[in-house]
Design a protein around this ligand. Structure first.
Ligand code: XMP
Length: 512
């Protein structure tokens, strides 16, 4: 079934993906494509409307990106946001100049004409501005439909031709009624039906997997994190035991983790999942290695080796499951403006390259919170759906210095106590990631009448939206106090606990 959809053309703004989020929240399917792909995207999607995003350029700059002619020839409704408005003005013969003052922050928008974009809104609303250039002269036929004290042309258009441009950002939370504006465009102007829901996604996705795979075999490595778990459930629903999942226990997982994942996915949901107990192979190779990058490489390579060996045993596998999400897809297709953030990819490349497997990526259209919602609808428990991310190299990069069985035991226990206390306090879901780290130092303490000289545990918790920047979490005293007391009393070999109050940047979330 083809859904009514909206095409968002990305000119490089840091907010572009938020436009997509808001529209999906309205129940309307949309995709974000690089502005240079307008022709292909219009053909593929046959959208009911187009949104031009903001971007870091000036429209007259030599290397400024432009919307292809196809956008204007399509006859579809178009909404230009910020740079998108300037691009629209330029195309229709208006004039854009550098504003005398940059306008950044809140502004009051006075609405002159509500039909179309501003239906169901009061005469005046708060909006968020972030621009230098602005439209100075309207193109022929365009008229002002709203203004601010600094921008006469804050919203312009030819409503009867379904062309609209706005200087402010409706997609950010600082424009409280932004969603109504987007809804007016998407549902009112473009007449999209709101038929994008997780229920419809599940059925369509299962159909799609069945068509793609036929009677073939799919293999996949499952970590137990939300993405791989949800992807595995979908595959299981679509093709049953022709999906073979592998959980590699690399010896550096958290306390009881492998057993819990097996219980949740294999026992409860019936997924064809095999546990590969490979801890000794990993730990053997990690002996006397303290350099973090070396640890990562050893774990990455050993993982591929073990997974590949088992995958070959299945015989006849043609497909590899990957839990790619929409933000990763956007990363690779977006128009990269000069201010675009650069994401570090930690994942090991070249997985099973010579097996020539075709990728199955059932989550590639979804954002993280949509994957969580999907997981709940598919019957996964909250524990797996809201699990904090856990790095591939596992506890090996949370044990500073050498990774030994003894040190792993200490960290596992301390981490379990810490997470248990966070969950007891009802804070787990307010935190992006929380974990314990074992430091490579000993310090002096006193227990009873005796002097001790033992190890130090650092506790870390961060708030973050994208894991590219993060702030330390203001953990309540009571949680810190109980967690520290319990760790020192219950975990042998630890006599000191510290809390990490560094933000990223300049620190990173992990310590290695
Ligand atoms: P940093 O420490 O770079 O972490 O601020 C950002 C996010 O990435 C995770 N991380 C990794 N994930 N392999 C992974 O799969 C790795 O080598 C790796 N290093 C860091 C980290 O847990 C955090 O969520």
């Amino acid at each position: 079934m083809r859904h009514d959809s909206i095409l968002i053309l990305d000119f490089g703004s840091q907010y572009s993906h938020l436009i997509a989020r808001r529209i999906r929240e309205l129940g309307v399917y949309c995709e974000l494509h690089a502005c240079t792909r307008s022709r292909e995207a219009i053909q593929e999607m046959q959208p009911k409307g187009i949104i031009l995003s903001g971007g870091p350029y000036s429209v007259y700059q030599n290397d400024a990106p432009h919307a292809g002619e196809d956008v204007w020839k399509s006859g579809l409704p178009v909404l230009g946001v910020c740079y998108g408005l300037q691009e629209m003005a330029l195309h229709f013969g208006g004039r854009v100049d550098a504003g005398e003052r940059r306008e950044y922050g809140h502004a009051e928008l006075n609405i002159k004409e509500s039909a179309g974009l501003f239906d169901n809104l009061p005469d005046s609303i708060q909006v968020w501005m972030s621009h230098g250039d602005k439209v100075q002269e309207l193109p022929k036929g365009f008229r002002d439909i709203a203004s601010t004290s600094n921008s006469e042309h804050a919203a312009v258009g030819i409503p009867e031709h379904n062309l609209f441009g706005i200087q402010f950002h409706p997609e950010v939370s600082h424009t409280p009624q932004g969603k109504t504006i987007l809804k007016n465009f998407v549902a009112g102007v473009c007449r999209c039906k709101a038929d994008w829901s997780m229920g419809s996604f599940i059925n369509e996705s299962i159909d799609r997997i069945r068509k793609e795979v036929g009677d073939g075999i799919v293999i996949g490595a499952i970590s137990g994190g939300v993405d791989s778990s949800v992807a595995a459930v979908l595959l299981h629903r679509a093709i049953g035991d022709r999906f073979h999942g592998f959980l590699v226990d690399n010896g550096v997982l958290r306390l009881n983790e492998a057993a819990q994942v097996m219980e949740r996915l294999k026992k409860k949901l019936g997924i064809n999942l095999t546990l590969l107990d490979a801890g000794q192979a990993f730990l053997g190779r990690l002996q006397n290695v303290s350099d973090p990058e070396k640890k990562r490489k050893i774990i990455g390579h050993t993982f591929i080796e073990i997974f590949e060996e088992e995958a070959r045993k299945i015989g006849g596998a043609e497909f590899l499951l990957q839990g790619t999400l929409y933000p990763d897809v956007i990363e690779s297709i977006s128009f990269k403006g000069p201010s675009a953030t650069i994401k570090t990819h930690h994942n090991v490349g070249g997985l099973l390259e010579d097996m020539k497997l075709k990728l199955i990526e059932p989550l590639r259209e979804l954002f993280k919170d949509e994957v969580r919602q999907l997981g709940l609808e598919l019957g996964l428990d909250e524990e797996s759906v809201y699990r904090h991310p856990f790095p591939g190299p596992g506890l090996a990069i949370r044990i500073l210095g050498d990774v030994t069985e003894e040190r792993l035991g200490i960290l596992r226990q301390a981490d379990a106590v810490y997470i248990e206390e966070i969950k007891k306090a009802g804070l787990y879901r307010d935190i992006g990631q929380a974990f314990a780290v074992l430091l490579p130092v000993k310090s002096v303490g006193v227990m009873g009448d005796c002097r001790t000289y033992e190890q130090v545990i650092a506790l870390r918790a961060v708030q973050t939206t994208d894991y590219m920047t993060a702030d330390w979490f203001p953990m309540p005293d009571a949680v810190l106090r109980t967690a520290a007391n319990r760790i020192i009393n219950e975990v042998r070999g630890v006599n000191r606990v510290v809390y990490d109050i560094s933000s990223k940047p300049p620190s990173t979330i992990e310590w290695e």
